[in-house]
Design a protein around this ligand. Structure first.
Ligand code: F6P
Length: 466
């Protein structure tokens, strides 16, 4: 098995350098892949430097994964991370062209940082390595590496959605970006919807020859393959968290504090793509319809702040504070508060315990590449008395967890009525039905796990490119 060089914006460096942001599913997923194949994980340290030197910081983890990171200048962070990646591509890829900012300086900063990453990682790549690049921060990286002479196999996986062509073309110089992506050997998407949007773009806008069955895209004499690889969780690893004392404590803590009420939980980075205001509107609608049920239900929303330097993230935070305050103002009693809104992160052990104690899980993004919280919620349930997952039809995970209508309760997150109706349905669902739905989802979560995702991608990268 060739060595793997993983490149992503965030790297979960062992605590020593105090890098923040292992909140997303990506960090855990990549750590597992590297543990299995051995290799290097390269990316931004999360730190700022006065002058970019390209010098690499190495940390070897107890699990045998070497992380190699570079520091970036303030202007780089502003234009590449806060700018092009998270104020241009992120909203666009989540269908929010109303929030997307198209600024020349952002695009320039993004190109510059991709060039810097390519220059810094190049000396670490050995001839037989497979290179695996992740996410929208580094769409043009293969082109940069190729221009510097890299002939290794280079794969790319997009963790977010890919938007429909008629939205994507609102991006100035969209062609340039996709042409650069066609320097990868293999492009991975979370599901067929995003994959088909990408293939459609290549055929329609670039005039590439596209073979939908195999995913082969031939353009200007090169062939790149594009396929769907739905990401999963590290099932055994996550399940083992349930055996810890911290998980047991967290479960007990929630059960004790919610007493005779059903706990309903949501865990999301504080991001406008997650549909959090719409979720609170749906909960408010539920209490409007069934005011007496305020004594049956308590909603816990865990929402660690994210990308706090960006205006649209500051706005969503303010909106949520207001909405949570409104519901609680209108519905609280002296002895109960219907919404607990918490702006901090928790360990995986604690989350396991909270999920297990919650008889309803809410995962209702307006658009999401996959959403691993949905899968973790299912993995944490007690099969004898499982909770009910209410899932947005617009999350990538819906394609696997729908289970032909016998899995998660799928909703339209834009409809408060739909959410309110499904909360009532979940609260009243008989045990037999809960078990049946949970069993179906558990099978998918257990089998379509992170190991399978890694194996499928890495073996396709080796075989398709050769
Ligand atoms: O899943 C998308 C993603 O951008 C990941 O790349 C990242 O780990 C996660 O969300 C958290 O975002 P950020 O790195 O911007 O804090």
């Amino acid at each position: 098995m060739p060595r793997l060089v993983v490149i992503s914006n965030r790297v979960a460096v062992p605590k020593a350098r105090g890098v923040a942001g292992a909140q997303g599913g990506l960090a855990g997923a990549l750590n597992s892949a590297l543990k299995a194949n051995g290799g290097i994980w390269f990316g931004w340290s999360g730190q700022e430097t006065d002058k970019f030197t390209g010098s690499v910081n190495y940390v070897r983890s107890a699990e045998g994964v070497t992380t190699a990171t570079i520091d970036l200048e303030k202007q780089d962070i502003e234009e590449y991370y806060n700018g092009y990646a998270n104020s241009t591509l992120w909203p666009l890829f989540h269908y929010r062209i109303d929030l997307a900012r198209y600024e020349r300086e952002f695009a320039k900063g993004y190109e510059r940082v991709n060039e810097r990453i390519a220059e810094s990682v190049l000396p670490l790549i050995e001839p037989d390595d497979q290179v695996w690049v992740h996410d929208y921060h580094m769409l043009p990286l293969a082109e940069r590496l190729r221009s510097m002479g890299t002939e290794n196999r280079i794969g790319f996986f997009l963790h977010t959605p890919w938007p429909p062509t008629n939205l994507f073309v609102s991006l100035p110089y969209h062609e340039r970006l996709v042409r650069a992506m066609l320097h990868y050997d293999l492009l991975g998407f979370q599901n067929d919807t995003w994959l088909e949007s990408f293939l459609h773009y290549c055929g329609k806008e670039l005039g590439a020859e596209v073979h939908h069955e195999t995913g082969a895209i031939t353009f200007e004499g090169r062939t790149t393959y594009a396929r769907a690889y739905p990401i999963g969780i590290d099932f055994d690893f996550f399940a083992s968290k349930g055996e810890t004392e911290d998980a047991a404590k967290a479960e007990k803590r929630l059960i004790t504090s919610t007493r005779n009420r059903t706990a309903m939980i949501g865990v999301d980075r504080l991001d406008y793509s997650k549909g959090l205001p719409e979720r609170l509107d749906g909960i408010s609608r539920f209490f409007d319809r069934y005011p007496e049920r305020v004594r049956d239900l308590v909603f816990i929303q865990i929402a660690p702040p994210s990308r706090e330097d960006i205006g649209s993230y500051q706005d969503i935070r303010a909106t949520l504070e207001q909405k949570a305050g409104q519901i609680n103002g209108a519905r609280s009693e002296v002895d109960l508060v219907p919404v607990r809104y918490v702006n901090r992160g928790y360990s995986q052990e604690e989350l396991f315990g909270f999920y297990r104690a919650s008889k309803i899980g809410l995962v209702t993004p307006l658009r999401d590449g996959m959403n691993l919280v949905a899968k973790e919620y299912i993995a944490a349930q007690d099969p004898a008395d499982p909770g009910v997952l209410i899932l947005s039809r617009f999350a990538g995970a819906a394609q696997q967890l729908d289970c032909d209508g016998e899995g998660a309760l799928l909703i339209n997150p834009h409809s408060s009525d739909d959410l309110a109706h499904n909360i009532a349905k979940a609260l009243d669902m008989p045990l037999e039905e809960r078990r049946m739905r949970h069993q179906n989802q558990l099978k998918s979560v257990r089998e379509e796990n992170i190991q399978r995702w890694t194996d499928n991608f890495v073996s396709d990268l080796a075989s398709l490119a050769s």
